[in-house]
Design a protein around this ligand. Structure first.
Ligand SMILES: [Fe+2]
Length: 173
């Protein structure tokens, strides 16, 4: 499933992510932000990639990865949503096309959370978050049509199945 980006671009992305000191440092996060800003500025390139699409669901496509970091394109089918979750690693993302609605939550115990904020993320939007915080969120595509975003996670895709640490159930505040 790896290799949707050309070998040259894949090498450049991984080099530019500067993971020598791990994926939690300020240097890494600013490098990830720069890489994302570059990728979201090339929607034609991303849309031309042979990305998997699942109607009504979201589909993750590995674009590049090594033992420190993995870069994914997520195609959000209309109506698709993640669980409410936090991450075991740093998580940076940028929106390429469509609109992704991001909702934030505050944990009230180990598996329940209340909503605190909701924002529509438009093409060009880039954000980085650390696993500490905690940063609990959910992403959804209310449409119309699909949305595509690029996510850079500080995990080895051969070790972890996903970036999710804990999933929460929403309760009203
Ligand atoms: Fe997330």
């Amino acid at each position: 499933m790896q290799g949707f980006l050309s070998e040259e671009r894949r090498g450049a992305v991984l080099r530019n992510l500067r993971t020598d000191a791990g994926t939690l440092t300020r240097d890494y996060l600013s490098a990830a932000r720069e890489v994302l800003q570059e990728l979201v500025a090339m929607p034609d390139l991303v849309q031309r990639l042979p990305l998997e699409r699942k109607p009504g669901c979201y589909s993750r496509n590995l674009l590049a990865g090594n033992d420190a970091v993995s870069v994914w394109a997520i195609v959000w089918g209309e109506g698709s949503a993640t669980s409410i979750h936090d991450h075991h690693c740093s998580c940076c993302f940028g929106v390429v096309s469509g609109t992704v609605t991001e909702t934030w939550y505050r944990a009230i115990d180990t598996n329940r959370a209340v909503q605190t904020e909701e924002q529509e993320r438009q093409p060009g939007y880039v954000a980085c978050m650390l696993p500490s915080g905690p940063n609990i969120h959910r992403m959804r595509n209310f449409g119309p049509g699909e949305a595509i975003s690029i996510h850079i996670y500080g995990f080895d895709h051969e070790v972890h199945a996903s970036s999710i640490e804990t999933e929460y159930t929403a309760v009203s505040g």
